[in-house]
Design a protein around this ligand. Sequence first.
Ligand code: ADP
Length: 624
Amino acid sequence: MAKKQFKAESKKLLGLMINSIYTNKEIFLRELISNASDALDKLYYQSLSAGTSGVQKKDFRIEISTDKDLRTITIRDNGIGMTGEELETNLGTIARSGSQAFKLESEMAAEKGTPQDKAKRAIDIIGQFGVGFYSAFMVADIVTVTSLAFGSDTANKWTSTGADGYTMEEALKADYGTEVVLHLKDDTEGENYSKYLDYYTIRALVERYSDYIRYPIVMDGSTMNSMEPIWKRQKSRVKQDEYNEYYKSKFSDYADPLRTIRTSVEGVSSFTALVFIPSHAPFDYYSKDYEKGLTLYSSGVMIMEKCPELLPNYFNFVRGLVDSQDLNLNISRETLQQDKQLQVIAKNLEKKIKRELEDFLKNDREGYEAFFNEFGRQLKFGLYDNFGINKESLQDLVLFYSGRQKRMITFAEYLEDMAEDQPGIYYAAGESREKIDILPQTEYIKSKGYDILYLTDEVDEFALQMMMKYKEKPFRSALSEDMSQDETEEAKEKLNKATEEKKDLLDFIKDSLGDKVSEVKLSPRLTSSSVCLTTKGGLSLEMEKILNLMPDSPGIKAERVLELNPDHPVMEALTRAYDNGSEEGKKKVKRFASLLYDQALLISGMPLEDPLGFCKAIDEYISG
Ligand code: ADP
C-alpha cells in the first residue's frame, strides 16, 4: 500500500508531538473525547434539521476500551463519522490555509536558543493551532482511525506511524461512527505510557478533563462522566479550575483563560453565558481567516458552533457559549441578524464583557497589560471603526505608551498627570518608541513639561484622529506644523519678526524644493537640530507611510512643511550664501536646501526620494 505524505506543515507539528516536548501528554484523551463529542453533536444536529430517522440520541455514547496485551487504547463513538476523503483532509492536513502554514514555517525556522526556549516555542505553536487529534502521537507510535460516515456504506481506515506519512484502505465497520486505536509507545525511563491501559487512570482523566461532556463516556460498562454541562451546574459549586479545564478542552488551548465570565439573565430573553478571555491570540487572529463567535445552544443542544452575531468585532477575541431556551431551533445564518432575541443577548453580553475588562484593568494591572499586548489592537480598531461610534465604550480600555512615565497608561491617567492649562493630549506616531524618542519635534513638547503618548501601532493615529478628543481635551500631534497654541505671545512675535527678515531666503528655499514641500518656515521648536519635517492638515507622515502600504493605494502624500531652526549655525550659513547675491551663492543655497530636506526625511524615518542624489551631494561637499 502506497504511503501518502503529510502536508509539510502538518509534518512539522507532528514532529513536535512525536518528540513530545509538550509536558502534559495526558491531554490526548481529552482531545480525542472532545472530537468524539463534536461528532455526536454534528450527527444530532443533522438529524434534527434533516429529520433523519433511525438516529436515537439515547444511543449516543463514547466508549473507551484497552487491551493490555496489544498495548492499545480505543476510543469509539457513534457520531457522524468521516468518509475516506474526510479522513484524508481532516487528519492529513492540520493547517487548512496557506497563511497558517507559512506562519508555522517561519516560526519553526526562527527557532533558536536554549532547549527551554525551544520547548516554550513549541508549546506556543501547538497551542496556537489547538492541540487536537495529533496529540495522540504524544503517547502512541501507531494510530489507526476507522470510520463509517453516517449514510455511507463503505468504511475506511487511516493508519499512521507518525511523520513518515499515512496509509488509507477500505475497511469493515458495521455501524456509523469513528474508532480511534492508539498503540502506546514503549515505556521509557522518564515516561510511563502503560498507565493509560489502566481503568482507574482513564477514569481519573475523564473526570478531570471531560466530565461535562454531554454524552456518556463508558468503560467496562460504567459511565465515567456526570454529563452535566458546566454552565448549568450551580455557580457556587464550580471551581475556577474546572472552568479552566473546560475552556482548555473546548477550545483546544494549552493555557488557562485570563478571565472567566459566567452570567445568567432572566427576562424577555433568558440566557446563560459562559465566556472566556484567552491569554493569547490564536495564530490567525489578525488575519482574514479568523472567525469570531460564540457557540450557541438552545436548551443544552448545540445549534451553531460559531455565532458571530453574539460578539461585536472589537470583542472578537472572546470565546465561549450562550445557552438560551428562548431561541428558535431553526435559526439559520440568514435569519440570525434579524433575530431580536439574539440582539438583546448580544447587547447584554457586551456590557458584561466591558465591565469585566474594566474590572480587570482596575484590579490586575499587570494582567491587563498582558491582555492588552495580545488584543489591544482590536480594541483600537474598535475605536476607529464605524466613524468612532463605539468611542464611549472603548476609550477607557485602551493603553498607550507614555514618554514621560515610561509605561502604558490610559487617557484618564494622562489627564491626571497634566497641568490644567495644557492645550491637549499630545501624541507622536512612529515606527518604534526609540525612533519617536529622538525626534527633534518631541524635544520641544517635552521641554514644556508635556507628556507625549507614543503611537507605534498602525491603527493608533487613525483611532485618535477619529476620536478627536478625550473628555474635552483635543488630541494634538507633536509632529504637526501648527504650534501656535504652545507658544507665548512673545515667542510668536519674535518668530514673526525673524520670518519677516528671512522671507526672501525662505521663499527661495521653497522654490528650489518645488512641490516636495508645501511650506518652508522658521521653527519655534528646534533646539539642537537644524531642521525637521512636520505636516499640515490631518494626514501625518506615519499615516502616509501606512496608507501607501495598502494594496491599490492611490499614492497619498502628506502635506510636508520644512521647519528650520532660526538659531542654528546652519541658518547662518544659508543666510551668508544667500546674501552674497551671486549665482554661486544661490546655487549653494539650493544644494543646502536639498540636503536639509533629505536630512529631515531621514530623521523622520522616511525613505529618501533620491538616495543617489543625496550621496552625490555629500561627496561634492566633502571634496569641496
Ligand atoms: P479540531 O477538532 O480542532 O478541528 P482535530 O485535529 O482534533 O482538530 O480534528 C480535525 C478534524 O477531524 C475535526 O475537525 C473533525 O472534522 C475530524 N474528526 C476528528 N475526530 C473525529 C471523530 N471522532 N469523528 C468525526 N470527525 C472527527
